[in-house]
Each structure stands twice: as C-alpha cells, then as structure tokens.
Design a protein around this ligand. Structure first.
Ligand SMILES: CC[C@H](C(=O)O)C(=O)SCCNC(=O)CCNC(=O)[C@H](O)C(C)(C)COP(=O)(O)OP(=O)(O)OC[C@H]1O[C@@H](n2cnc3c(N)ncnc32)[C@H](O)[C@@H]1OP(=O)(O)O
Ligand SMILES: [Co+2]
Length: 136
C-alpha cells in the first residue's frame, strides 16, 4: 500500500525565518502558498529524494495551532506517504481500524492531489498523511 515518502512536514511559528534557514543551506524553497481550507500557509523545500513541507498556522482554527502551543519552537508535524489508489487505501486503513481524520474522505491537498490523515494515536504517536500523487 505505502509508496515513497512524499514529504516530511515541520510546523513552525514563522514561515519566513524557517524558509530562509533552508535557503541558507542551499536548498530550493518554494514561495509561500496559503491553504485556507487547511488552515496553513506552506512552503516546500525540494530535496533529491523527498520534500520538507514547512507549515505556519493560517487563521484562528488552524489544526496546527495546538501542536505549536505544545511545541513553541516548532517540530516535525507529520509524514506523508504516497499511495497508488487513495480510495482503496482508505478502505483498507479503515478495515484495519485506523481513525481517518476529518470526514474520513480524501480532500485536495497542497499539490492539488487527494490526501487523507490518520490519527497519531493509531500510528505510533505520529500523524500520518497519505497522498495519491497521480490519477488512479
Ligand atoms: C493537506 C494540506 C497539506 C498537504 O500536505 O497537502 C498539509 O499537510 S496540511 C497539515 C495540517 N492539517 C492537518 O494536520 C490535518 C490533520 N490534523 C488534525 O486533524 C489535528 O492536527 C489532530 C486531530 C491530529 C490533532 O489536533 P489537536 O492537536 O488539536 O488535538 P489534540 O490536542 O486533542 O491532540 C490529540 C492527541 O494527538 C497528539 N497529536 C496532535 N498532533 C500531533 C502530531 N502532529 N504528531 C503526533 N501527535 C500529535 C496530541 O499530542 C494528543 O495526544 P494525547 O496523547 O491524546 O495527549
Ligand atoms: Co502534508
């Protein structure tokens, strides 16, 4: 079921300095993009074998606000795995008893592809995102 690591997300209190840090390391960093439906502002750090997704809260109801209250300097927020067929993966994960966050159906993520999140309590204390990077 699980394919490549599509990205590793780091939640930060301020995107500007975080993006500058990775630029100073010589990485290619995208311009910020607001994702109001997801309550975050995001930039992507391109790496040879995956990406870092830097996340800043956007709006009062950001799903990463509580995380940053617990981790005021920021921290690793989630890992995103690619799947070939997110509908099949959703069914299989639900059958395995994994809690699917939100309304339990995939939503369009930062790359314009369907994504879904699994509750950290069911995934060894780690928030897991799955993404279908291409049309099934
Ligand atoms: C989709 C666009 C973009 C993309 O890649 O395309 C993104 O990735 S956007 C990313 C932001 N969106 C999300 O994270 C959506 C899914 N997340 C959630 O629904 C919440 O963050 C949730 C429910 C996982 C946690 O919400 P919150 O922290 O407000 O709830 P609690 O304080 O009750 O926490 C419950 C429990 O989970 C632990 N927790 C919370 N966040 C994390 C985390 N990132 N990693 C590991 N564990 C986490 C928290 O400590 C609590 O643990 P407990 O033992 O019960 O105290
Ligand atoms: Co993500």
């Amino acid at each position: 079921m699980l394919g490549r690591v599509n990205h590793i997300a780091i939640a930060v209190p301020e995107l500007g300095p975080a993006a500058a840090l990775y630029r100073d390391l010589g990485a290619s960093v995208s311009a910020p993009a607001d994702l109001p439906d997801h309550g975050v502002r995001v930039v992507f750090v391109d790496l040879p074998n995956t990406r870092i997704e830097l996340l800043e809260p956007l709006g009062d109801a950001s799903p990463i606000a509580a995380f940053l209250t617990r981790n005021p300097k920021g921290g690793i927020h989630h890992v995103c795995f690619e799947v070939e067929d997110i509908d099949d993966a959703t069914r299989r994960l639900a059958a395995l008893g994994k809690r699917l966050l939100g309304d339990g159906t995939p939503r369009i993520g930062a790359h314009g592809h369907p994504v879904l999140f699994l509750h950290p309590a069911d995934m060894l204390g780690t928030l897991i995102e799955i993404e279908q990077p291409s049309l099934a």
